[in-house]
Design a protein around this ligand. Structure first.
Ligand SMILES: Cc1cc2nc3c(=O)[nH]c(=O)nc-3n(C[C@H](O)[C@H](O)[C@H](O)COP(=O)(O)O)c2cc1C
Length: 268
């Protein structure tokens, strides 16, 4: 995230490069050595296994342990640091200091800060899976994304982790779909709440849209107060073209964009 590459992502890229190089050597080696199809097949299979084993060993250790590749989906999964449960600022101080902030410095957020903000909005806070913000029937229709300079990530409350959906900086797409509000391209992090209405509608029918909209308010307020407690600022943005944002970010059809929250250090 930001100007310097995070060690976890750097580790992933190195492992990936080593793996690709090893595969290229393996194929070259078998082409050179192979006398018959059977021999090539056996050598290829054996080397492929060794390469895969090296990749798996590499992903399980040391500084690289927070990033790994989900081999089924080929997406990068980042384990977030455990959230702090004692930030030091009182709730009252955060409430009185919260103001909509629309101008930010370019200083990037740390992975700890991003994780803390996601946790405050939708993190799991009880062993039975209940979350930081209330939800009608505990059905949890909200899906939370964060757009960072190094990509678009989807928050997975279960396991407190992020899945990277693309390594592209999508903040300009958010700015376009957010009616070109400058806060969206100035902030180092833009959080996006989407809703899967059907989860709530299955039980609550016509009341679902009201419930979902109440829930996004709860969750967004948690996020904005957490931002204040971290010395950051944010603004809730409801003026957006939901369909354009959904297609620009390549979101699932049932993840309907509702609310954007750019977050960063307030510009002096
Ligand atoms: C549902 C909702 C939608 C909003 N949409 C926008 C928006 O699109 N752009 C913006 O700059 N501010 C937006 N705001 C922020 C309000 O303008 C802001 O909360 C209001 O001016 C009061 O200022 P305060 O947040 O500093 O107390 C929105 C606020 C809410 C609750």
């Amino acid at each position: 995230m930001g100007h310097e590459e995070r060690p976890d992502l750097a580790g992933y890229r190195v492992r990936r490069a080593v793996f690709e190089q090893a595969m290229a050597w393996a194929i070259l080696f078998t082409e050179l050595l192979g006398r018959g199809k059977a021999v090539m097949y056996l050598i290829r299979k054996g080397l492929l296994r060794i390469c895969l084993l090296a990749l798996l060993v590499g992903t399980s250790g040391g500084a690289c342990s927070t990033a790994r590749t989900d081999l089924r989906t080929e997406s990068v999964v980042l384990d977030l640091p455990s959230p702090s449960l004692d930030g030091g600022m009182s709730l009252e101080a955060a409430i009185v200091r919260r103001r909509s902030v629309r101008a930010f410095t370019s200083e990037p957020l740390t992975l700890e800060q991003v994780g803390q903000l996601l946790w405050a909005a939708q993190g799991i806070t009880a062993p039975n899976g209940l979350r930081a913000a209330p939800s009608a029937g505990a059905l949890y229709p909200l899906e939370l994304y964060v757009i960072l300079p190094d990509g678009l990530y989807h928050y997975r409350p279960d396991g407190h982790r992020l899945t990277r959906l693309t390594a592209e900086d999508m903040r300009l797409a958010a700015w376009e779909a957010g009616l070109r509000q400058d806060a969206l391209r100035a902030a180092p992090a833009v959080f996006l709440f989407t809703a899967v209405y059907a989860r709530t509608a299955e039980r609550y029918g016509d009341r679902a849209p009201r419930y979902v909209h109440m829930e996004v308010g709860h969750a967004a307020q948690n996020l904005s107060l957490q931002a204040v407690a971290l010395g950051l600022g944010s603004v809730p943005i409801g003026a957006l073209e939901a369909a354009s944002l959904q297609s620009a970010l390549g979101l699932s059809d049932d993840h309907e964009p509702l609310y954007l929250l750019p977050v960063g250090y307030p510009s002096p």
